[in-house]
Design a binder for this molecule. Structure first.
Ligand SMILES: Cc1cc2nc3c(=O)[nH]c(=O)nc-3n(C[C@H](O)[C@H](O)[C@H](O)COP(=O)(O)OP(=O)(O)OC[C@H]3O[C@@H](n4cnc5c(N)ncnc54)[C@H](O)[C@@H]3O)c2cc1C
Length: 458
């Protein structure tokens, strides 16, 4: 049976744990009991019986945002709890790479639950209740200002089962000769992100898995003309996604915001949001869709035409390349591009532009249609739609409805949000609620067992 390795806590949390724990604290490497106040490695002491250690133990599968947040929360509430976090890769790796190194850890614009929930293509109905009330963006911001997080470990969990007396047996990938391949625990939290192994563990306990598909990606558009505009940013467009084979027009499939032209197609917040709301259908239709873009959403098409005709009257002697209506707030490169699409010579004077060309320019500005032929190729999609259905867990505790003492948090669940910190906030909130539930359960178990335990004599 393994020695419980250490979960290193930040100094503040460790100090709180030292104050509260009825056990002596000792280093994992030491076989002797030590109650040194400077120890920060919180592990089961050698005098503690194995059964007791297991009875008060939590295995967390996945040391990402949700897993680490939950571990620290559970440990803070139940300092005697032995917490073991397994990660097959590096801890908090996505937190480090996200946002291009400037991670959007949460979203400060939506501080109330309803506003938050609206940003989750998967979860917008279920998350309207207590989920973000329990721990919302402001709590996360406060938590970050209160803690520093330091963790080191590295093993993959490949499976888990439960014994007749309700204990979990967690299988750990054997990488070194002396590393155990099973760990027993009273509680298990699965916080494996979009890893297939996490879904397999959930399935082993009777959970169904909603097929995972990518979300938050760019659109590939093979319109050669677009290449000329590569790098141009539009601060505000209105874009509508129409999926082949789908008649309904969901309001979420129309989005307003910034858009960027890339050398392979279209990107930017508007496109990423559309990819999230249409993730499942886009996958179903092999990423074939039509995207209609309104480049000047604040001006009605009839007004666009009127402005163009007025400009023709007032600037009759100006070259069309050099003069265009300021109301449209267009970059010159895009205006010239529009003229090229009309095969108009830029040196022509406004007086010479045929009216039907002006009508077509207005149409292009208001409803340019692009064919989406694929999703942009990005090594890791930003986030995965799908996973364990929310109906199979309790959102007030994050506990499985199929298996007592089994918990889920983060992206392993069928929740994903649009860009802007919503995905991390789901992980923080779910992790916090799971950690709170486990910590509370462990504390109440501890109180029930206390008469039979030997307490730290100091
Ligand atoms: C490039 C990129 C940028 C992003 N930027 C942002 C952003 O700015 N803002 C935002 O809100 N969201 C962002 N996201 C999304 C965000 O990173 C995720 O939603 C979030 O990390 C999910 O947290 P999680 O804890 O559920 O899963 P993860 O962070 O994916 O953590 C899961 C962990 O579990 C481990 N694991 C998996 N299987 C096993 C196993 N069998 N045994 C042991 N360990 C296992 C993995 O190694 C991983 O460390 C970004 C994502 C990417 C890819």
């Amino acid at each position: 049976m393994p020695q419980w390795p250490s979960l290193q806590l930040p100094a503040a949390a460790a100090a709180a744990a030292r104050r509260a724990t009825p056990f002596a604290l000792c280093r994992s490497s030491s076989s002797s009991v030590s109650a040194s106040a400077s120890n920060q490695d919180l592990v089961a002491c050698s005098w503690q019986k194995e059964d007791e250690a297991e009875a008060q133990s939590l295995v967390v599968v996945g040391g990402g945002a949700a897993g680490v947040y939950a571990s620290i929360r559970a440990k803070s509430l139940a300092p005697h709890l032995n917490v073991l976090v397994f990660d097959k890769g590096r801890f908090l790796s996505k937190v480090k790479i996200s946002g291009g190194g400037r991670c959007n850890v949460t979203n400060g614009h939506h501080l109330e639950p309803l506003g938050m929930a609206r940003n989750y293509p998967r979860g917008h109905k279920e998350l309207r209740g207590s989920f973000f009330k329990n721990h919302g963006p402001q709590d996360t911001m406060r938590w970050f200002s209160d803690h520093g997080v330091e963790l080191k470990a590295g093993k993959a969990v490949t499976g888990a089962s439960v014994t007749e007396n309700g204990k979990f047996v967690v299988k750990v990938e054997k990488r070194t000769v002396d590393f155990v391949d099973h760990v027993n625990a009273k509680y298990v939290l699965v916080a494996t992100g979009s890893s297939q192994q996490g879904y397999s563990i959930a399935a082993q306990f009777g959970h169904s898995i909603i097929a995972p598909v990518p979300s938050l990606f760019t659109f590939k558009i093979t319109d050669k003309r677009l290449a000329d505009l590569s790098g141009v940013t539009f601060p505000i467009v209105k874009a509508k996604l129409k999926l082949d084979g789908i008649k309904r027009s969901a309001p979420e499939l129309t989005q307003i915001g910034p858009m960027l032209v890339t050398h392979w197609g279209l990107s930017g917040p508007v496109v990423l949001r559309l990819s999230a709301w249409g993730a499942r259908e886009l996958h179903q239709y092999n990423y074939q869709a039509k995207l209609t873009v309104d480049f000047i959403p604040d001006i009605h098409i009839e007004d666009v035409k009127r402005i163009l005709f007025l400009h023709k009257d007032h600037h009759a002697k100006h070259k069309i390349n050099n003069s265009f209506p300021m109301e449209f707030a267009l970059v010159k490169r895009f205006w010239k591009f529009l003229l090229e699409q009309e095969s108009l010579d830029g040196d022509m004077h406004w007086a010479s532009i045929p009216n039907n060309n002006l009508n077509t320019v207005a149409l292009r500005l208001k409803q340019w249609m692009f064919e989406v032929v694929a999703k942009g190729q990005f090594k890791d999609e930003f986030v995965t739609a799908g996973g364990v259905p929310l109906s199979e867990i309790s959102l007030s505790t994050m506990e499985s409805k199929k298996q007592p003492n089994l918990f889920f948090a983060g992206e392993v669940l069928n929740v994903d949000g649009v860009t802007g910190g919503f995905n991390f906030q789901n992980a923080w909130t779910g992790g916090y609620i799971a950690g709170t539930s486990i910590g509370t359960l462990a504390s109440s178990n501890m109180r029930q067992q206390q008469p039979y335990l030997q307490l730290d004599g100091s």
